[in-house]
Design a protein around this ligand. Structure first.
Ligand code: HEC
Length: 137
């Protein structure tokens, strides 16, 4: 019991946090977008379009789906290194969108590569709204 208890305790603490954080991050992005665009409401449909849209900033990675696949509820593969990428959607047990620094780092890098600029708070909110529709997919 002495060895099992800390594990159980960490599971009990970790599960609700992991389930709530992506929704909290979405609220934060939506609030930030709302300051520039009063009345802003995140849209899963706009997020889906943004995620799948093919652009010409980088020839080998025209869209987010290039690495994260058409179904972000499933694992993907890096188009250049072929390294596996965990599902981008915050599916059960994943740590997606639970660490703002990590999420921001990758939004910055991936948006610059694919879109040719950083993503706006509105675009991040839309993408996250879309990804949350893929939870459990
Ligand atoms: C060239 C391949 C590639 C493309 C294209 C790509 N990504 Fe990623 N993305 C990655 C990798 C690699 C990671 C980090 C590895 C990991 O966490 O599994 C990542 C992680 C992320 C994360 C971090 C999520 C978190 O909290 O863990 C976000 C957000 C993200 N990508 C968004 C996007 C968006 C939006 C686009 C399109 C504009 C995009 N990505 C296009 C490869 C890519």
């Amino acid at each position: 019991m002495r060895r099992v208890f800390p594990l159980l305790a960490s599971l009990i603490v970790a599960l609700p946090a992991a389930a709530e954080a992506p929704a909290q991050m979405l609220s934060a992005y939506a609030a930030e977008a709302g300051r520039a665009q009063p009345g802003f409401a995140a849209s899963a449909e706009r997020g889906r379009q943004f995620y799948s849209e093919k652009r010409s900033a980088a020839e080998k990675m025209p869209s987010c789906a290039t690495c994260h696949t058409d179904n972000p509820g499933a694992g993907g593969k890096h188009v250049i290194t072929s390294k596996p990428i965990e599902a981008l959607a915050p599916v059960a047990g994943s740590t997606r969108f639970t660490d703002t620094a990590k999420t921001e780092k990758w939004f910055r890098r991936n948006c610059k590569e694919v879109v040719g600029r950083e993503c706006t708070a509105a675009e991040k909110a839309d993408v996250l709204r879309f990804l949350l529709t893929k939870v459990g997919a």
